[in-house]
Design a protein around this ligand. Structure first.
Ligand code: GLC
Length: 672
C-alpha cells in the first residue's frame, strides 16, 4: 500500500470513529435491534471507500481541507438533459469548452440512468441504478466525463432518485413475480383498506396526470403505493435492506466521480398512515445518516436536497450547524415569489421572502434559479398575501392566466401543468425567455418585419413555435431600428423586445446577486423560447414540462456570435454579470445582506456588504420607468452594469431594469 493510501485509510478510520456513535444511534432509531444489518452496512461503507479511486480520495482530502470550497462567489451551475444538449455523454464531454465559455463550473446532468423507453418520467423512473441509459452511453463514458470535468475544475451533479424505482427495476419485476422479499421492498397491500386510509391524509403530486397514490397491480392482484406516476413504485425505507441497497447505489455513483448528489423528492421517503407522508421525522433521520455516510466515505461529495415544499419545511433539511443534513437546497420559495412579482409588478412579497432568507444562518447554501426542468408551483406565503386581499385559489388563477398570456396586457407565454378544476389548482411551464416576453416580442417583430417587406409570416412563426424549423433569422432579429425597414408601429414591437431582453437579464441579475449558487437552466443563456414540438410526440404530449425541455438550439448558439442578436445580448449580458459576481467579494455568502425601502412597491432594493465593499442592488418590476427613493448617504457609487457613476439617492430605474451600485472606495477596486 502506498504512503498516500495509508494516510487515506487512517483518515477514513478517524472519520468513522468520529461519527460512529451517532450513526449507530440514528440507525437503531429506525431499525431497532438490527445489529447485524448495521454492521453489514458499515462493512459496505468500507468496501466502497476501498473501491474509491485515489484521485477521488485526493479530491476529498483537498475539499475537506477547504470546507468553504462551494461557498464562494465563483460557483456557477447549469442544468441540462444530456440527449437534448449533446445527444449523449461523449457529446457533453466534447462541449466542455462551451461550459467554459459560459463560465460554468458545476453541471447538473438530468437523470441518465437506465429507465424504460416509455413510462420513464423524464428519467425519474430508474430501472437500474448502476447502468447508464444505453442511448446516452455507458458508465465508463460517465466516468470519463467526470474525469475531464475535474481536470477543468467543473463539478458534476447527478440525480439520485431515491423515493421510488421504475416498475421495470429488477426488484419490481421480482415483486411482480410474487417474491415476498421483493414485495417487502415496496408498499404492497392485499386490498384497499390501508391504501384508503392513506388516501384520506396524503395529497396528490400529479392530480391530473396521475391521480391517487396507489396502483392496482394485476400481476400480483395487490395494490402498490405509487405517489408519483403509477409506474414509479415507492420504496419502503422501513426495510433496512432497502436503505442498505440504496446507500450502495449512491456510493457506486459517487465512485464514478459524481461530486454532487441531488436527493430527488427526498421529503417523500417515509410513509406512515394518518400523516401526509411528507417531511416526517424519519426522513430527517435518513438524510442525516446519508450525510454521515458521505462525510465518512467521500467527504468531498455534496448533497443537494430537492425539497419543493412550503417555506417552513425547507430549511430544516439543512439540519443544524452541529448535525447538518443537506449541504445545499433549492431556493424554491424565492423562485416562485419572483415569478409572482413579475405578474403582479408588486415586490412586497418578494421583499418579505428576502428578509426571511437574509435572517437564516449564512452557513445555509441555497441553489438559486429562475427555471428548472420542473413546473413552477405557486408555493407562496398566502397568509401574507391575504393581508392584501389576495386569496390562494383566485390568486393562482390570476398567476396562471398571466403566464399563459390570457390576462390582458400580459407578455408571457406559458402552459398550465396539472390543472385541476376540482382543487382550483394548476402549476406552470415555460422557459424564462418566453415567460418574460421575449417570445412574444420576437413574434411581434417578425410580424412587423414581414409586413414591412410584404412577406408571409407563416414560416417565420414556425421557426419560433416549432423550435426546430430552419428559419433562425426571426429569432436572431436584433430589434434595432437601423438594420431594417419598419413601419411606425414597429417601434412598439422593437421596444417590447428590448424590454423583454432587459427583463430577462434583470431576473438573472436578481438570481446572481443572491448568496448561494446560481444555476442556469440550459438554453436560458441564449434566451431559448418554448419548444412546442412535444405536442406532437405521443410519449410526451401529456406532460407540459416538455415545453421547456426541448433540444438545445445550437443554431441559436451560433447566432450569439452575431452582434445585436437576441442571443448575443442575453448571453453577453449574463456573462458580464457573472464576471462581476465572481470578481467581487461582496457577492460571497458571508456578506451581510438586507432589503431597503425604495418607497415604490414595484422596485426592490437589496444591499450587500462585506469585505469593505457595499453593493446596492435595485430591480424594477414595473413596465414604467421609476425612481428608487433610497437615500444611502455615503458617497458616490458606480453602477457595475452600465458603468455610470451616481449617488445612491433617488435612483432612476428603467422599466424592467436593474442596477448594481458599488460604493466607490479603494478596496472595491481590489475585486476578489
Ligand atoms: C422530482 C423531479 C420531477 C419528478 C419527480 C418524481 O420532483 O424533479 O421531475 O417528476 O421527482 O421522481
Amino acid at each position: 500500500m502506498s504512503k498516500k493510501e495509508e494516510i487515506y485509510n487512517k483518515d477514513y478510520q478517524s472519520r468513522m470513529n468520529r461519527y460512529y456513535d451517532e450513526f449507530k444511534w440514528l440507525y437503531m432509531e429506525l431499525y431497532q435491534d438490527q445489529y447485524a444489518a448495521f454492521h453489514d452496512l458499515c462493512d459496505d461503507l468500507h468496501a466502497y471507500f476501498q473501491a474509491r479511486e485515489t484521485d477521488l480520495k485526493e479530491r476529498d482530502c483537498e475539499r475537506s481541507a477547504d470546507p468553504q470550497w462551494y461557498r464562494g462567489n465563483d460557483m456557477l451551475g447549469m442544468m441540462l438533459y444530456v440527449d437534448a444538449f449533446a445527444k449523449d455523454l461523449n457529446g457533453v464531454r466534447e462541449k466542455i469548452p462551451y461550459f467554459k465559455s459560459c463560465g460554468v463550473n458545476y453541471i447538473h446532468l438530468m437523470p441518465l440512468l437506465d429507465s424504460p423507453e416509455e413510462k420513464n418520467d423524464g428519467g425519474y423512473a430508474v430501472s437500474d441504478f448502476c447502468r447508464v441509459k444505453p442511448e446516452l452511453g455507458t458508465m465508463e463514458d460517465l466516468k470519463r466525463l467526470a474525469e475531464e470535468c475535474h481536470e477543468q475544475d467543473i463539478s458534476l451533479c447527478l440525480d439520485f432518485v431515491m423515493n421510488h424505482t421504475s416498475e421495470e427495476h429488477e426488484w419490481a419485476r421480482r415483486a411482480k413475480a410474487g417474491e415476498r422479499e421483493y414485495q417487502n421492498r415496496y408498499f404492497f397491500y392485499d386490498n384497499y383498506d390501508i391504501p384508503s386510509q392513506f388516501e384520506r391524509t396524503v395529497p396528490q403530486v400529479f392530480p391530473t396526470t396521475a391521480p391517487g397514490n396507489f396502483t392496482w397491480n394485476p400481476d400480483t392482484g395487490k395494490v402498490v403505493m405509487t405517489t408519483f406516476y403509477p409506474y414509479q413504485w415507492d420504496l419502503n425505507y422501513g426495510n433496512p435492506t432497502v436503505f442498505r441497497e440504496m446507500v450502495g447505489n449512491m456510493l457506486y455513483l459517487v465512485n464514478q466521480g459524481i461530486d454532487i448528489i441531488r436527493l430527488d423528492a427526498v421529503p417523500y421517503i417515509w410513509k406512515q398512515p394518518g400523516t401526509n407522508c411528507r417531511n416526517l421525522p424519519q426522513v430527517h433521520n435518513i438524510v442525516r445518516m446519508m450525510r454521515i455516510i458521505c462525510e465518512v466515505v467521500c467527504p468531498g461529495v455534496l448533497l443537494l436536497g430537492e425539497v419543493v415544499m412550503e417555506p417552513d419545511k425547507v430549511a430544516p433539511y439543512f439540519g443544524t450547524v452541529e448535525k447538518p443534513e443537506c449541504h445545499m437546497l433549492y431556493n424554491v420559495t424565492t423562485m416562485a415569489s419572483l415569478w409572482h412579482t413579475v405578474a403582479t409588478k408588486d415586490a412586497r412579497l418578494l421583499r418579505r421572502q428576502m428578509d426571511i432568507m437574509h435572517a437564516l444562518p449564512k452557513e445555509y447554501v441555497f441553489q438559486n434559479y429562475l427555471r428548472c426542468h420542473d413546473d413552477i408551483g405557486w408555493g407562496l406565503d398566502y397568509a401574507f398575501l391575504r393581508s392584501f386581499g389576495m386569496e390562494e385559489v383566485s390568486h393562482k388563477k390570476f398567476l396562471n392566466d398571466y403566464f399563459t398570456g390570457k390576462y390582458e396586457g400580459s407578455f408571457a407565454r406559458g402552459e398550465l401543468y396539472n390543472a385541476s378544476e376540482e382543487l382550483g389548482d394548476a402549476r406552470l411551464c415555460g422557459t424564462t425567455a418566453s415567460l418574460c416576453g421575449v417570445e412574444m416580442a420576437v413574434d411581434e417583430n417578425k410580424d412587423e418585419r414581414a409586413a414591412a417587406v410584404g412577406e408571409n409570416t407563416g414560416n417565420m412563426t414556425g421557426a419560433v413555435i416549432n423550435g426546430t424549423d430552419g428559419d433562425v433569422s426571426a429569432l436572431v432579429f436584433d430589434g434595432r431600428h437601423d438594420t431594417m425597414p419598419h413601419p411606425i408601429s414597429g417601434i412598439a414591437a422593437d421596444d417590447a423586445l428590448n424590454q423583454a431582453i432587459r427583463y430577462d437579464l434583470t431576473l438573472h441579475a436578481f438570481m446572481l446577486a443572491q448568496s448561494g449558487i446560481p444555476v442556469i437552466y440550459s438554453g436560458d443563456e441564449i434566451g431559448e423560447t418554448n419548444d412546442y414540438s412535444y405536442h406532437d410526440e405521443p410519449k410526451k404530449r401529456d406532460d407540459s414540462r416538455y415545453l421547456h425541455r426541448g433540444a438545445f438550439r445550437w443554431d441559436l448558439e451560433e447566432a450569439r456570435h452575431r452582434e445585436g442578436s437576441v442571443q448575443q445580448r442575453i448571453f453577453d449580458g449574463l456573462r458580464q454579470m457573472e464576471q462581476i459576481r465572481s470578481s467581487h467579494y461582496v457577492f460571497r455568502a458571508d456578506a451581510d445582506v438586507w432589503t431597503v425601502d425604495t418607497w415604490d412597491d414595484s422596485v426592490l432594493g437589496i444591499i450587500r456588504s462585506g469585505a469593505g465593499q457595499k453593493l446596492v442592488t435595485l430591480y424594477n418590476f414595473s413596465d414604467q420607468d421609476r425612481i428608487a427613493w433610497i437615500n444611502e448617504n455615503d458617497g458616490m457609487y458606480t453602477d457595475l452594469l452600465s458603468g455610470s457613476r451616481m449617488e445612491a439617492k433617488g435612483v432612476q430605474m428603467p422599466a424592467f431594469g436593474c442596477r448594481w451600485l458599488l460604493r466607490d472606495c479603494d478596496v472595491c477596486e481590489a475585486g476578489r
